[in-house]
Ligand binder design. Structure first.
Ligand SMILES: [Zn+2]
Length: 342
């Protein structure tokens, strides 16, 4: 029988301090050349071990080999000039100095495929691999070539599809696309965002997921959340179309925020990765707190479709805190699994 409530994380996990400065996004590498290559592989082994020790069921690379969930993928595309940077507003929230699209974008070579093969050799557990979503990629660049967010996203979707197919061949069980931008640009999501996502998963036989959240626990995000009112109903705008899409799994933030869980009713029938760990607080959840969030979600998600998860990535947290949170996730899922079995 398939295990109920299999646990996983949304994506990133803290990196060891010998690889990159801890508790920081965009943290520069501390190694270079061949040392960096083997350092990244060692970090993959460490993160796999930590997920295994915590009893996480669906493991990941913890994004150990990338500096940032969007830019590392873009660095491997042609048509983007990293020397020519412009300041743009990301997700209508904060300014960042970003590279410029100067010509047609295409995938020059495989980006994460070697890392994925390496991870596959180390474990028999199911692996989930995360990639940035097309709309979120568009929102992290200045476009001086296509002059159309939709056209640029479509080209990104084609590049992502090439990468995803190779990741599938490397043995990945779930391929996830991170689309925090889906919680901001609702009209565009419904006009072309989901269509681009479906282009990115075209022809895949493995399971596919989209992760939509309120972001890492950085100040720009927590300040933005304060403006969203007492109930966060952003998911309501996009879930009806996502419910009809070909995406298998929807990963979302459900713990400690102000997301009313009844929005889950809008994606009834989909598998749902329910965020039951807050990544913006250092406080480690108790297993009972995790269980309470999962019980709430079970009112709208069938037990065989519920995947306990974290709200978002844990890269900016300390390793101790992240470890504690992984353990709480496992223990909380266990409580509810036992209740379901009883
Ligand atoms: Zn996230």
């Amino acid at each position: 029988m398939k295990k109920l409530l299999p646990t996983s994380t949304a994506g990133s996990l803290p990196k060891p301090s010998w690889l990159a400065e801890p508790e920081k996004l965009w943290s520069p590498w501390k190694l270079e050349g061949a040392e960096l290559t083997s350092g990244k592989q060692d970090a993959l082994l460490v993160t796999l071990q930590e997920q295994g020790n915590a009893g996480i069921d669906i493991v990941s690379d913890g994004e150990q080999t990338r500096q940032h969930f969007v830019t590392t993928f873009i660095e491997n595309l042609s048509g983007v000039d990293f020397e020519k940077c412009k300041t743009v507003r990301i997700r209508n929230r904060y300014d960042a100095n970003v590279p410029t699209v100067v010509g047609p974008v295409s995938r020059k070579k495989a980006v994460f495929v070697e890392d994925a093969k390496f991870l596959r050799q180390q474990t028999d557990q199911p692996i989930k691999w995360a990639l940035p979503g097309p709309m979120t990629m568009v929102d992290t660049l200045y476009d001086d070539h296509y002059k159309s967010r939709k056209d640029l996203a479509w080209e990104f979707a084609i590049a992502l599809n090439e990468e995803a197919k190779e990741l599938e061949a490397a043995g990945m069980d779930i391929i996830q696309f991170d689309e925090p931008a889906f919680n901001v640009f609702f009209e565009e999501v419904n006009e072309w965002g989901i269509a681009c996502l479906e282009r990115a998963i075209e022809g895949l036989k493995c399971e596919t997921a989209v992760h939509i959240c309120y972001g890492y626990g950085i100040k720009a995000n927590t300040d933005w959340k304060k403006t969203l009112g007492s109930e966060w109903r952003q998911y309501e705008e996009t879930f009806p179309s996502l419910q009809k899409s070909n995406i298998d799994i929807i990963s979302l933030e459900c713990h400690n925020g102000r997301v009313p869980l009844e929005v889950l009713e809008l994606i009834r029938g989909k598998k749902v990765m329910v965020g039951a760990i807050d990544v913006t607080a250092e406080t480690i959840e108790t297993p009972e707190e995790v269980a309470e969030t999962l019980r709430g979600a079970l009112k709208y998600v069938d037990a065989d479709k519920l995947y306990p998860c974290t709200n978002c990535g844990m890269a900016p947290l300390s390793r101790d805190v992240a470890r504690g949170k992984l353990n709480a996730l496992r223990a909380g899922a266990e409580i509810v699994r036992n209740e379901l079995a009883a």
